[in-house]
Design a protein around this ligand. Structure first.
Ligand code: CMP
Length: 145
């Protein structure tokens, strides 16, 4: 994977715990450019569609409920090899398995309330960026939006 974009969501738990600032600081300090950003509360339909890939999983309903329980911060992050680079700094989905110093190790409460979402492939990153942002809401440093 060598795309330049990934999508992150700072989830309701991390927002409620006042972790927006520390998480953005980590993102910036690792050299990511924030090219788009929104702070809002997802509707049930948006959360269901965003996580439709997990529809068959036992945790789907609970995950959707959690994701609509409060506001989220959604952002497009840019860097060479963005998907992989961001996954390195967020750590494993399950915070008990995440490496020391990673965002999930520092700020997650559980595997579901795991502080942040990060795209898992370039293809999904493109789909997820398009899901949340129109062209006039993006300010790419690579000029390829
Ligand atoms: P995220 O990176 O947003 O992608 C899918 C989300 O589903 C994941 O982070 C977690 O919030 C949630 N999730 C994944 N696996 C589980 C699980 N085993 N139990 C509960 N929630 C999970």
């Amino acid at each position: 994977m060598n795309g330049t974009k990934t999508l992150t969501i700072i989830k309701p738990g991390a927002v409620a715990n006042e972790y927006i600032g520390p998480i953005l600081e980590k993102i910036n300090s690792k050299g990511f450019h924030i090219s788009a950003m929104k702070f809002f509360r997802l509707t049930q339909s948006q959360a269901e569609r965003f996580y439709a890939i997990h529809m068959d999983k036992a945790f789907y309903k609970s995950l959707v409920e959690f994701m609509i329980s409060g506001p989220v911060l959604v952002a497009i992050l840019e860097k060479d090899n963005a998907v992989e680079e961001y996954r390195k700094i967020i750590g494993a989905t399950d915070p008990t398995k995440a490496e020391e110093g990673t965002i999930r190790k520092l700020f997650a409460e559980s595997i579901e309330r795991n502080a942040v979402h990060g795209s898992d492939s370039d293809e999904n990153a493109m789909r997820e960026c398009d899901f949340f942002f129109s062209k006039i809401e993006r300010f790419s440093k690579f000029g390829d939006d």
